[in-house]
Design a protein. Structure first.
Length: 297
């Protein structure tokens, strides 16, 4: 039996979480078209024959503008350590950016094999794919391998297993056979609610939202969650609540259905929206939410 950890990194919004979900064939990471959706390391576990692949989805590596951004970048950089393979994901439809180069600097600082992933090949011609490979080598250097795929539709995703199995170093499985993630249920609940907010809001709202469970009560046939949704300004609170509470109700209904499917119990979800000014720069509050800006030693 073999196992190994494979970190998926890249700048924000290149499709890392979409790829993780496709690899696992389960929803382990929330997905939206907003940059900065992922805020923590999220593990997706796949068992194929004798091999256990543990994929680590990460926040986009970027130059942070606040303490929450520091947490996200630190989390992603920490995920480069003590893994068997780094997969560097790139948007094939866009020119190599300074953001990609910033990620490249960090992954080259560790002594770990690196595979480049060119995403969104369904939107590229064969000639454009060949030109992208040349551009990657010229601007980012050589890689152990280069994989082409489209995460959204699962095109070419099988190539990841074919390549990654050659780098597995563990001689035992780290997780039981029926695990597809190690995320606690309450964390999945929080992320599910946050995802619904991201889908129904725009502009600055997604980056200014935090979700916290303040109470859980489980009975034989139902589980009750009391949840605070934090924003930074009164205007943002009004947007999330919506006219006559309509948007908040919609967010709650969509999240409740998904959570019920997850835990196989009826769910009572009570949501409150509260203003916490500049919470992304408040180290104490970030620690309470589990978003520490300090690097682990």
């Amino acid at each position: 039996m073999k196992s190994g950890f494979i970190t998926i990194v890249g700048r924000p919004n290149v499709g890392k979480s979409t790829l993780t979900n496709k690899l696992v064939n389960e929803k382990v990471a929330i997905v939206s078209d907003k940059a900065g959706t992922t805020r923590d390391q999220i593990k997706g576990i796949v068992n194929i024959n004798e091999n256990q692949f543990i994929f680590v989805d990460t926040p986009g590596i970027h130059k942070p503008k606040h303490l929450l951004g520091e947490h996200m970048t630190n989390i992603a950089i920490e995920a480069l350590e003590n893994v068997d393979l780094i997969m560097f994901m790139l948007d094939g439809t866009k020119e190599i950016s300074t953001g990609d180069m910033f990620v490249n600097e960090h992954i080259r600082a560790v002594n770990t094999p690196i595979v480049a992933i060119i995403n969104k090949i369904d939107k590229m011609t064969d000639t454009e794919i060949e030109e992208k490979i040349v551009e990657i080598k010229e601007k980012l250097g050589d890689f152990d391998e280069i994989i082409t795929l489209t995460a959204e539709y699962g095109i070419g995703v099988h190539k990841i297993f074919d390549v990654a199995k050659n780098y597995l170093s563990g001689d035992m499985w780290f997780y039981p056979e029926d695990y597809y993630t190690d995320l606690p249920v309450n964390k999945i609940v929080v992320e599910t609610i946050r995802e619904k907010i991201l889908h129904h809001t725009k502009d600055e709202i997604p980056h200014s939202v935090a979700v916290e469970i303040i109470n859980v009560e489980t009975k034989p046939t139902i589980r009750k969650y009391d949840v605070n949704i934090y924003v930074e300004r009164d205007s943002q609170k009004g947007i999330i609540i919506g006219k006559d509470g309509a948007l908040l109700k919609k967010i709650g209904i969509e999240a409740r259905k998904e959570i019920e499917h997850l835990i196989d119990l009826k769910v009572n979800l009570k949501l409150w929206v509260k203003v916490k000014k500049k919470w992304r720069k408040n180290s104490k509050f970030l620690d309470e939410l589990g978003y520490s800006s300090k690097k682990k030693k």
